[in-house]
Design a protein around this ligand. Structure first.
Ligand code: HEC
Length: 262
């Protein structure tokens, strides 16, 4: 029993030298063995159905379009509407509730509007630097000094020689009364506070109460004042309780929030 073929039949095929791929290749026909072997060879590499490729392409296209619209897929705009106002706002439907803020900040903000509206800026410049039409307000002792004098300059106007920050001016015709343009104690208070606290100026807040007293003070006289008269009769601070810069005030009324509305 030394026949080669019979020996190989008797023991496991440990030293086989057949190329398996080639052997599979050689298998022809669709015998169960052939199809099983071929499927195993392609495991995980099966071709994908055409409809699956189409669906994937549509998903990628739609997804890309959504992301392309400014990334709205992750935007809050669908959930939170911009500028949304509560229907039951305490100020009435659709009215924004502006929170109270520190007095100095809100007086200066309101005063800046009056300064522009009352045409002060036309002569004294938005920068307060003055120029061909008016002396400067920036660094002016008239702006930062006695509030009674400042109020009467605004309410009556001023004419004749006037020294501002060490320099003498005398504008022909001087400055006319600005009472009409300013309009009311609240605006006057804000305007004076703005002039006293802008362009490097530093001064106390002129409260609405003080501005009311300024209007009272102006009642007695008419015509433009002069630097001389201001020095002689108005070199005082306006009467009224002082307002600390960080007192919380209502942005609309400019009154302290704990004070009763008028
Ligand atoms: C038409 C131009 C004009 C307008 C508008 C005007 N002023 Fe004057 N202002 C003058 C002139 C001119 C003088 C100087 C008058 C003089 O020569 O005596 C002056 C003087 C002053 C002074 C004192 C001097 C100084 O420079 O500090 C103050 C304060 C002042 N103005 C504030 C105001 C405010 C606040 C407003 C707005 C409500 C205003 N002026 C609007 C022309 C103007």
């Amino acid at each position: 029993m030394s026949d080669h073929s019979s020996t190989s039949e008797m023991r496991p095929d440990l030293d086989e030298n057949i190329n398996v791929a080639q052997a599979h290749e050689a298998l022809s026909g669709d015998t169960p063995a052939a199809s099983r072997e071929k499927r195993l060879l392609e495991n995980g590499m099966e071709p994908v159905s055409l409809w699956l490729i189409f669906i994937s392409a549509i998903v990628v296209l739609v997804g890309g379009a959504v992301l392309g619209q400014g990334g709205n897929l992750f935007g809050y705009s669908e959930v939170v509407k911009a500028g949304y106002l509560r229907e039951d706002s305490p100020l009435g439907p659709g009215e924004a509730v502006i929170p109270p803020g520190p007095a100095l900040e809100l007086y200066v903000k309101a005063g800046q509007k009056v300064y522009a509206a009352a045409a002060c800026a036309g002569c004294h410049q938005p920068t307060g630097a003055g120029g061909a039409a008016a002396p400067p307000l920036a660094g002016s002792e008239w702006a930062m000094g006695s509030t009674a004098a400042l109020s009467q300059i605004i309410l009556h106007g001023v004419t004749g020689p006037i020294t501002v920050a060490g320099k003498e001016y005398n504008f022909a015709g001087g400055m006319q009364s600005m009472e009409q343009g300013v309009g009311g104690a609240k605006n006057l208070a804000a305007l004076m506070t703005y002039v006293r606290n802008s362009w490097g100026n530093q001064g106390s807040i002129v409260s609405i109460e003080m501005a009311k007293n300024a209007l009272e003070l102006a009642k007695g006289r008419s015509g433009q004042t002069t630097a001389q008269e201001l020095k002689a009769s108005y070199d005082t601070m306006l009467e009224g309780a002082e307002l600390a810069p960080d007192t919380l005030v209502d942005p609309k009324t400019l009154l302290p929030i704990d004070a009763p509305a008028e």
